[in-house]
Design a binder for this molecule. Sequence first.
Ligand code: NAD
Ligand code: MG
Length: 394
Amino acid sequence: MPQQICVLGATGSIGLSTLDVIARHPERYQVFALTGFSRVAELKVLCLQHRPAFAVTADEASARVLREALRAAGLSTEVLAGEAGLCEVAAHPAVDAVMAAIVGAAGLRPTLAAVRAGKKVLLANKEALVMSGDLFMQAVQENGATLLPIDSEHNAIFQCLPVDHARGLKAVGVRRILLTASGGPFRETPLAELAHVSPEQACAHPNWSMGRKISVDSASMMNKGLELIEACWLFAAHPDQVEVVIHPQSVIHSLVDYVDGSVLAQLGNPDMRTPIANALAWPERIDSGVAPLDLFAVARLDFQRPDEQRFPCLRLARQAAEVGGSAPAMLNAANEVAVAAFLEQRIRFPDIARMIEEVLQREAVTAVESLDAVFAADARARVLANNWLSRYPA
Ligand code: NAD
Ligand code: MG
């Protein structure tokens, strides 16, 4: 029997790469549910291709449109709507694995629903883990869920760690984790020019093709900041044990440094189908469609220390990781508001870090002992960020 897969965020970059890998292995995987938000026409095309049992759209109006279109095409797909629909398909008893590939805080409840149902959860939606770290990892433990990282760096680290790494990094002889970063499109842009870069320039990543939000995060290196926090939760690491290394070729996806001096790395072409196939088939290996790495074409691998003056978001994220509590959720929420405002050309690129820093300075950090507390911190940060925007350009 093929495994039943639920793809949350099927119309996005990770969702489409996931469906590409799944389609290569019809004997192993079957699409059980597909979800999309704004692109209903694209979701319809995906449903016609993969014939899922369920589809989920943003709201009842778009669900009705999709329901009628699929029925007219002879499909019996059940179409649900909204967050309740997302949580229902993520936790459905028939589902074996859930690809969590919704972008941002919107993915937290559906991803947690999959965790609480004890699913195999393929985690691309790093924001969910950043927001709710401790609660999320506790839910994984308590419900016997299997959490597999899709973020290329974390998947690389996962591959370089021993199977019993849950005993603790020290216990398995790990000195530190080296988290690689491309440095994004503005790695060498003169600092004075950053105030004039456009959303299109920010989204033109040199090595990866991704959704617009994560592309801007890569340009500001907030993506690496979120990944630092993600790594701390996934691998029970202290922020001091995670070092960020700029590696412009994006061929080494991260490294693990052991006490005996061995450094293990995972290499490959920058194509998300590799970590997706790795997590889908784990602990086995399957073809992902990714071309073999041509080391002669790569020719050289470069490394640099990140410049925190150029990338203040990295400093802000490291601080939030160290402070803990509600700080990562507030950092994430302020960043989501800032990135959306930058994409709408309401603020300039360097304002992203300014806005986040001011939000974090204005609000006291609290403990987060419940999901409600996480969403309260998220909401407070969004109010402060929107206040900041309403005063802009003060
Ligand atoms: P994307 O923008 O291409 O796709 C986002 C998906 O989420 C779409 O299917 C969209 O319909 C859905 N979505 C958006 N808002 C929603 C909402 N409010 N409710 C429900 N669904 C909603 O993004 P992406 O690049 O595929 O990234 C998805 C996640 O994976 C992000 O968390 C990102 O950080 C992470 N990730 C992406 C990559 C990559 O290469 N693209 C790499 C590592 C991690
Ligand atoms: Mg990554």
